[in-house]
Design a binder for this molecule. Structure first.
Ligand code: ATP
Length: 307
């Protein structure tokens, strides 16, 4: 669904609703500032099916178990519906937000235990069809939620476009999920190359999922790190390894987080260590961004991506 309805209804009112403001409130300033202390991490991959959503769900559960308040932003259009995966209904959809029928904040689903989900699935075409003002209103609506959380974990679609558009554009930290499969590694390298070419301030972390053992993960990280070190100027860290674990598949079947259903599982240990590591780090500093310039830079990026 697009926002063409804005042309026929009261555009100011629709934008206000989209941004979650009341009529009496002044418009938000044209500056997107992620508050100090909020971590915005996008979890991405070069190819699909490597376990991105599993990582988001279980990292969220581990962070929440340590007392952090986590908003999962499910911006992956289509397949991986995180609410469904966690056994909850998402009564409202992004299309209704884009149509100005409902405010973004009203779509948030409380999963319990310190985790909420924003079902924000939107594909690149849908995002491209928004005007710069609509994009800006959406990002501002997102930032109006920031005082309620310590982390925004963004589940993006696979590939570069999904990382540069929509809510993912707020993240300075990118966690790339790969598996030991050769195609997953080459796709991840291509993604790092493209993203770092657009913005060299991203902090990349590599998380190796579905490993046989930690040694396999360490070896893979060393190989990729050697190549990126030689050819690219990027901040690139090892987030850790998550072991292949049949109980993870079982947790998906039972519609819950592995770390909550099977806290002693071998993959749960990996997620716990990952959460501790992330929690100890100093966040990447996010500078204020002009909403207008972000919206227009995303336009040329979209144009470039579709060519
Ligand atoms: N560590 C693991 N051990 C065993 N199975 C896993 C592991 N991680 C993920 N899986 C399984 O791999 C499958 C894909 O996982 P998931 O849906 O999280 O991937 P994704 O990258 O988000 O996929 P998509 O690109 O389709 O959104 C699921 O069936 C999940 O149970």
């Amino acid at each position: 669904m697009t926002m063409s309805c804005l042309a026929t209804t009261d555009q100011a009112e629709s934008l206000r609703r989209l941004a979650g403001r009341t009529k009496s409130e002044a418009p938000a300033p044209d500056l997107l500032q992620v508050r100090e202390g909020l971590r915005v991490i996008s979890v991405s991959s070069g190819k699909g099916g490597v376990g991105k959503t599993s990582v988001v769900v279980n990292l969220a559960a581990s962070l929440a178990a340590a007392g952090e308040r986590v908003l999962i932003v499910d911006s992956n259009p289509g397949v991986g519906d995180i609410c469904l995966r966690l056994g909850k209904d998402a009564p409202y959809r992004m299309g209704q937000v884009l149509a100005g029928e409902i405010a973004l904040k009203d779509t948030v689903v409380d999963i319990g235990g310190g985790i909420s989900v924003l079902p924000a699935g939107m594909d690149v075409q849908q995002y491209s069809s928004l005007s710069p003002r609509e994009r800006s209103a959406l990002l501002q609506a997102m930032l109006r939620l920031q005082n309620d959380y310590d982390y925004f974990l963004i589940d993006t679609g696979a590939g570069i476009a999904a990382n540069l558009t929509g809510f993912a554009s707020l993240a300075r930290e990118i966690m790339l999920v790969v598996t030991p499969e050769p195609t997953s590694i080459t796709d991840a390298y291509a993604l790092i190359k493209m993203l770092s070419g657009r913005d060299n301030s991203f902090r990349f972390r590599l998380l190796i999922n579905m490993c046989r053992d930690n040694q396999e993960g360490d070896t893979l990280f060393s190989k990729l790190s050697a190549i990126t070190g030689r050819f690219l100027q990027v901040q690139f860290d090892h987030a850790g390894s998550i072991l292949h674990d049949e109980l993870l598949v079982e947790s998906v079947r039972r519609r819950g987080a592995l770390c909550r259903l099977f806290p002693e599982a071998k993959a749960s240990t990996g997620f716990k260590i990952l959460a501790q590591k992330i929690n100890k780090e100093t966040p990447a500093v996010a500078e204020a961004m002009s909403a207008a310039s972000m919206a227009s830079s995303t336009m040329w990026r979209n144009h470039e991506l579709s060519s």
